[in-house]
Design a protein. Structure first.
Length: 443
């Protein structure tokens, strides 16, 4: 490990760059900086790397799981790690009332809605726009209801706060929601382990369980106050890359998890106000057997995704093309926020009841249940939510949050991505690469 961050009698010796947060963005930035010959101190408050990527034995993804679209940097890193991706092939169903039907292709009507949205001169909440559309064009009702669900369950957003212009930009710049997603072959742990193991130990020092309490900075100089195992340490650097989740950056100064900047980041207040952290609850249920493959004369055997809008958890997926005994229940947006903070047993019970209702009580879901795993990211003080979205009037907030300050403070993380991949692992990776380039160019 590099000795450049060690404390000496004269005080802490500075590194070239300190990086706060060892998620995908921080790992990618640290690796690129080390490859360019910079000394790096990489800090994370958790006792593990990965941030909101968290794979537990199974493998079970408690955080990020899918690769959306074809993000070049993510796919390149997975190939480098010897993993690649597996497309989530299989049937998609929608279950509503007594109807069971294959998920409809609503792209034609969606694009007509987007054209109308693009003609608006000012930003409005997604919910207000959709209510007006339904009133003016009743035949768009089902598409509007579907788009509201997409806003909640895909973007993890509250349609009453989510920016319509942000939604239009997402659909016209990023990967379409209904394209077939894929998963990293094996799990996302392969990617995180590869990034960690390829950090150059001559240039990168990784310190876990290191809670950054305060950052004092001026042009070309940064001092961090770091609490580690009850002791307070000080580290100096010439530049700092902040990859903290949006929810942590938005924490008020008196919050126990807040990082206090001296002087405060006044330049970032407007950007932080234009973004919000979304809520998600994802419960991975392991059963004694994959009962969905035999119920209803095998109708669901090749199911990849199921949508049931009326249930507390209203999206479900299997692990196809791999056949396992696991079924995931998912809910996002206001419904997830309302459930978040309830006792773990109560959240699992709602997920299990949703599965039982999905199959209309024809299966003893409770009796077959072996294990339930989930992590409440909104309740996690190191995350404060699942991933970011743009609020009304917040267009460009991610780009403004990413802008360096005084050639000294740099920002990365999915919320800062402006390539159309915000809210995803791909966005985090792209932002880490961008921040590292900015540091190298400035030094």
């Amino acid at each position: 490990m590099s000795a450049s961050a060690d404390e000496t009698d004269a005080g802490p010796r500075p590194v070239d760059v300190a990086v706060v947060g060892a998620g995908a963005a921080g790992l990618v930035a640290s690796r690129r900086l080390a490859d360019a010959g910079r000394s790096v101190l990489l800090l994370d408050a958790r006792d593990r790397v990965g941030g909101r990527i968290w794979t537990v034995p199974g493998p079970i993804e408690l955080g990020a799981e899918f690769v959306h679209g074809h993000p070049a940097s993510t796919l390149a890193l997975l190939r480098e790690a010897g993993a690649g991706t597996v497309e989530c092939t299989g049937d998609r169903w929608e279950v509503q009332d007594a109807r069971v039907e294959r998920t409809a292709d609503r792209f034609g009507e969606l694009h007509r809605l987007l054209r109308e949205a693009a003609s608006l001169e000012s930003d409005v909440p997604v919910s207000r726009f959709l209510a007006r559309v339904v009133e003016d064009v009743p035949r768009f009702r089902r598409t509007a209801e579907w788009l509201a669900r997409v806003t909640e369950d895909y973007d993890a957003a509250d349609p009453r706060r989510a920016s319509l212009m942000g939604l239009v930009a997402e659909w016209t710049r990023g990967a379409p929601v209904e394209t077939t997603p894929s998963r990293p072959r094996g799990s996302y742990a392969t990617l995180i382990e590869h990034l960690t193991h390829t950090l150059d130990p001559a240039n990168v020092e990784l310190r876990l369980e290191s809670i950054v309490r305060a950052v004092r900075w001026s042009n070309g100089r940064v001092e961090l106050e770091v609490e580690r195992r009850g002791a307070l340490h000080r580290h100096r650097a010439r530049a700092l890359i902040v990859t903290l989740p949006l929810g942590v950056l938005q924490a008020p100064p008196d919050d126990p998890a807040a990082v206090r900047f001296h002087p405060p980041l006044l330049e970032k207040r407007a950007a932080l106000a234009g973004l919000a952290m979304g809520s998600v609850l994802k419960v991975v249920l392991r059963f004694r057997e994959p009962f969905w493959e035999r119920v209803d004369d095998g109708r669901w055997r090749n199911t990849a995704f199921l949508h049931a809008p009326a249930l507390p958890f209203r999206t479900f997926w299997t692990t196809l093309p791999e056949r396992t005994d696991r079924l995931t229940a998912w809910v996002g947006g206001p419904r997830a926020a309302a459930l978040s903070g309830q006792p773990d047993d109560a959240i699992v019970a709602r997920a299990v009841e949703s599965v039982r209702s999905l199959f209309r009580g024809r299966v003893d879901v409770v009796g077959l249940l072996e294990e339930a795993r989930f992590h409440d990211w909104s309740r996690d003080p190191r995350a404060r939510g699942a991933y970011s979205y743009v609020t009304v009037g917040g267009m460009g907030a991610g780009r403004r949050l990413a802008e360096p300050v005084a050639g000294t403070l740099f920002f990365a993380g999915e919320a800062t991505d402006d390539t159309g991949e915000a809210s995803t692992v791909a966005g985090a990776i792209a932002s880490g690469e961008r921040a590292a380039r900015e540091v190298i160019a400035a030094s």
